[in-house]
Ligand binder design. Structure first.
Ligand code: CP3
Length: 357
């Protein structure tokens, strides 16, 4: 089979013959085969085993027919190399052994050593670079989102300790953002050297901030990360996570190629808030997948129609797939996205022909 680069071209703002699609959390518990593997191995076991991690990365590509693979890993993996001990607890998420709360804790964070501490991740990327016929997306957690786990020690709803450090000790906060920003840049560059073909920065929880706090306390490090990655010839995606619609106007000018949207902001409105210059990715509510196929298709068609109003559109969900989603429905959705978007593009091209004639 020939290499499918529709995802890369859409990220670069080009028109493709159909809309490319991949799903956040496309390797996951909705797949019985994945659940079987998880009976024997933990998430971190899989990540430490490059053959297995590569296999788990490829499973959804084969089963769903998506146009991109996303490395099987977790946003917490690189913080291991900074000296932070954590576990990924089933049905909870990341739990940090000794949460980072004092000046000393932050000063003690080491610079990342990807080759020394995370060679298994680079090996997984190298295997995938040989095996895949779609682009491999690698990723990192953004500084605010990682900081929230480091400081709270576990998933949080209010981010009180995180915000308290941000407001109360701005210099310490800046030091933490700087260190996590350095981590992201070094980690992303190592991914690309190993064969990563696109990079997504997950800022899953930054939507918890007001635009003012986002601009003052977080945006500078986001800007710096994309500035420092600007020379890499791969698409870069910033996903500002859930409830981030009010932050979109603040993103103008960051050197990302694609911005991920959650489902609360329609694609058209998201593009308007960004002011042009970015491809967009999104944004079906993952909960819609629990509804009947007719509803799923109706919502997907609306997203595609808005997406096709301008070049540069990648179909995705507004957040990760739920374990409750069914593999059959996700595969049927993928097929629908390809078929429907190809038809709309053909109709659009035919209409333009007719206009010219
Ligand atoms: O398929 C993929 O998307 C690639 C793999 C991937 C995982 N985590 C594996 C994983 C990716 C891209 C991530 C990123 C990640 N991890 C994010 C950003 C994306 C998002 O959802 O906003 C965040 C916030 C984390 C932290 C994290 N890890 C959480 C909140 C959880 C959920 C806990 C649970 O059990 O529901 C995890 C665990 C995790 N990471 C799972 C997977 C497939 C689920 C548990 C498992 O299968 O072992």
């Amino acid at each position: 089979m020939s290499y499918n680069d529709r995802f890369i071209r859409a990220c670069r703002g080009e028109r493709t013959d159909r809309v490319p699609v991949w799903y956040m959390r496309q390797a996951g518990r909705y797949d019985p085969e994945y659940r079987k593997i998880k009976e024997k191995y933990s998430l971190l076991d899989i990540c430490r085993n490059p053959e297995l991690a590569a296999e788990v990365t490829m499973m959804p590509v084969r089963k769903l027919g998506v146009d991109a693979a996303i490395l099987y890993s977790d946003i917490m993996n690189p913080v291991m190399s900074l000296g932070v001990k954590f576990d990924i607890v089933p049905n909870v998420g990341p739990v940090v052994e000794e949460p980072i709360r004092t000046k000393r804790d932050i000063e003690r964070l080491r610079p990342i050593d990807v080759e020394g501490d995370l060679p298994h991740i680079l090996e997984t990327i190298r295997i995938l670079d040989r095996e895949l016929d779609v682009p491999l997306i690698t990723f990192a957690g953004a500084p605010f989102t990682i900081a929230s786990y480091l400081i709270e020690g576990r998933p949080s709803r209010r981010y009180l300790r995180t915000k308290s450090l941000m407001y109360g000790e701005p210099e310490l906060w800046q030091l933490l953002m700087d260190k996590l920003g350095d981590m992201v840049v070094t980690y992303a560059r190592a991914h690309v050297a190993a064969g990563g073909k696109a990079f997504q920065l997950f800022d899953s929880w930054v939507g918890a901030l007001s635009p003012r706090d986002f601009e003052r306390c977080v945006l500078p490090v986001i800007r710096r990360i994309f500035d420092e990655l600007a020379d890499l010839d791969i698409p870069k995606i910033y996903f500002p996570g859930v409830s981030s619609g009010e932050l979109l106007p603040s993103l103008k000018g960051i050197k990302a190629d694609v911005i991920g949207l959650d489902w609360r902001v329609p694609i058209r409105e998201g593009r308007r808030r960004l002011g042009g210059g970015y491809a967009v990715q999104g944004n079906l509510d993952p909960a819609v997948l629990t509804g009947p196929m007719a509803v799923i298709e109706e919502q997907a068609a609306d997203i595609i129609d808005q997406g096709l109003e301008q070049p540069g559109f990648v179909f995705n969900l507004g957040h990760g797939l739920f374990p409750e989603a069914s593999l059959d429905k996700i595969a049927a959705l993928t097929e629908f996205i390809h078929r429907y978007s190809a038809r709309q593009l053909q109709n659009g091209a035919a209409a333009k022909e007719a206009e010219r004639a």
